[in-house]
Design a protein around this ligand. Sequence first.
Ligand code: NAD
Ligand code: TYD
Length: 350
Amino acid sequence: MKRTILVTGGAGFIGSNLLRLMVNKYSDYTFINLDKLTYAGNLENLKGLDSFDNYTFVKGDICDSNLLNDLFNKYSINAVMHLAAESHVDRSISNPMSFIETNIVGTVTLLNAAKYAWDGNYDDKIFYHISTDEVYGSLGETGFFTETTSYDPRSPYSASKASSDPLVRAYYHTYGMPVKLSNCSNNYGPYQFPEKLLPLMINNIKNNKELPVYGDGKYTRDWLWVDDHAEAIDVVFHKGAIGETYNIGGNNEWKNIDLVELLCDTMDQLLDREVGSSRSLIRFVKDRPGHDRRYAIDASKIKDDLGWEPKVQMQEGLLATAKWYLEQEEWMSRIVSGAYKEYYSKQYNS
Ligand code: NAD
Ligand code: TYD
């Protein structure tokens, strides 16, 4: 079946990796990438895709209902992959409002535009909302998040995502819109903005800067290689049941300090530095307020129902990630200097 898919937030970390997979794999689909290009959106993440006939970039805001109505109309969009979001917990602590606007108001604006355009004709339509495991809150030493775990978000970021998820479900229950949702654990890999743990640490190690580990460093995250997430999104989009939610995870829990130490050792090797030299940069710093202690995903539903499992192991993925950032010196330096923002005006003459 031919599809025209509106991908929101496609210039971000996961969206750009997802688009690279999908645009290449599905030449009979058309992809419209709608992105506001906030500080986290970077068209340099998508270099090469512009030459594909089945890919179009549109700069714009998911809160702009007129723009959304125009796009649904102009391109006859019959599916949405919704990734656009404010996504960094620390930023949500200092500025919650933009998280409320984009993650909650933006999601409802997008739902309304789909509802208006599809006008009750939901044959072959899909609205797929990409969400996070952080909606479930914080675990103790044991246990896993399942799809039926109660929501207990504790940061403005996770609270905004936890508000958007039931709104998406409400459009399924109330209006019959064919929705799908997935809640994923921490992603890592190429093109992640260097404010998140791994790219920040890689950049600091490279530049011999201190490595700020929050609190006691024993906070635990489940890490998933970003291309494994992109493949899971592909699987849920095509095979997932309407109205269902799927948890996506890597079965790959790491305490932050253990992960940072493994990264330090990997970087020592790659940079040909004395063993232990990067570890000496580690500093325990003031904790993040409301810091969730542990996230862990039970991903058995997506495995049993849809046959998806993560493929890339941590050592392999971490080495590939570290190498990628070291090789993409220009990409990193243009982000650090802010120069990546010029790409849009050069590329699109505005
Ligand atoms: P990101 O911050 O790297 O990218 C977000 C993108 O959305 C950026 O390109 C940004 O410009 C765009 N955007 C922001 N506000 C917008 C708006 N109002 N209108 C249009 N575009 C806007 O985020 P990411 O890490 O790629 O995450 C993508 C999605 O996946 C988010 O919904 C996030 O909640 C979810 N998620 C992320 C992770 C993770 O580990 N990164 C894990 C699970 C779920
Ligand atoms: P982050 O990449 O911000 O993802 P999230 O908060 O969404 O899980 O952080 C991952 C973990 O690393 C989290 O427990 C916070 C911690 N962290 C640090 O210890 N130091 C840092 O500089 C950053 C950015 C994160």
